[in-house]
Design a protein around this ligand. Structure first.
Ligand code: UDP
Length: 238
């Protein structure tokens, strides 16, 4: 095992990635292999914070759009992220990994409230911290929450584990001439409207100079490959 390239990382996992082939709900086979990689990262001495999405249960605009008031639909999305947090925490604990869930909206019977200093202390003690409820505000995404928490905990990098293996010049499923970038600037992502994160999240990472590495979660060992410095996926930086 080579030396990790990063000391503290923020891993963003989309809700959809936890659903496996079903696309909805939880696939414990997938969750198990993701948690195994997280456990391996901890044993390498890397501090790991996780932000998880909720799209495998509910996305405010997509699922509530036109039928619900946006803010309330987003509240449901934030609750959906908490389901994923609790599932990840449980599987990690079963593997003997110490973990704390901190939510942006207080639900003290389930989780700690988000407190930056406490989160950092947990990370320093080798505990995984899973951040729930996104930013705690409607009209935001969990990608933005990932950048926000990464900035707050002073993470070296954001590991954006997605259902796609990198950033492409166009949608590779629709355009056979689409090329994958190894590296791209925040400016180009914004100017070309590339599908990395939403523009709020991209701007926040640009303003705070936090590099983002996008890669496929399909093989969760990719998390370890990135930590060891292997050039997979696409890095978004200045
Ligand atoms: N959400 C929100 N504020 C946040 C983060 C998330 O209101 O700060 C809601 C929003 O409705 C969003 C849903 O939670 O659609 C699930 O998050 P997201 O779509 O980012 O999940 P992912 O696509 O990563 O699974």
């Amino acid at each position: 095992m080579s030396e990790p390239q990063y000391k503290r990382v923020l891993l963003k996992i989309s809700g959809e990635a936890l659903a496996g082939d079903a696309g909805r709900g939880l696939d414990f086979g997938v969750i198990g292999s993701v948690c195994q990689a997280v456990k391996q990262a901890i044993s390498m001495g890397v501090q790991v914070g996780i932000v998880v999405g909720g799209g495998n249960f509910w996305r405010g605009v997509k699922d509530g759009g036109g039928r619900m008031e946006r803010t309330r639909a987003d509240h449901m999305g934030m609750l959906a992220t908490t389901l994923n947090c609790l599932a990840l925490a449980d599987v990690l604990e079963q593997m003997g990994v110490e973990v704390r869930v901190q939510t942006a909206i207080e639900m003290r019977a389930f989780a700690e409230p988000y407190i930056r200093s406490k989160a950092i202390r947990h990370l320093e003690k080798g505990r995984v911290v899973i951040f729930g409820c996104g930013t705690g505000n409607p009209f935001f995404s969990t990608d933005t929450a990932a950048v926000l928490r990464a900035a707050e905990i002073d993470a070296d990098v954001i590991l954006l584990a997605k259902n796609i293996d990198g950033v492409y010049s166009a949608d590779p499923n629709k355009d056979p001439t689409a090329v994958k970038y190894d590296s791209i600037t925040y400016d180009d992502v914004l100017a070309q409207h590339l599908q990395v994160m939403d523009s709020t999240a991209t701007s926040l990472s640009m303003d705070n100079k936090i590099p983002v590495i996008l890669f496929a979660l399909k093989d969760p060992q990719n998390i370890i490959r990135v930590l060891e410095g292997e050039k997979i996926g696409t890095i978004v930086k200045e």
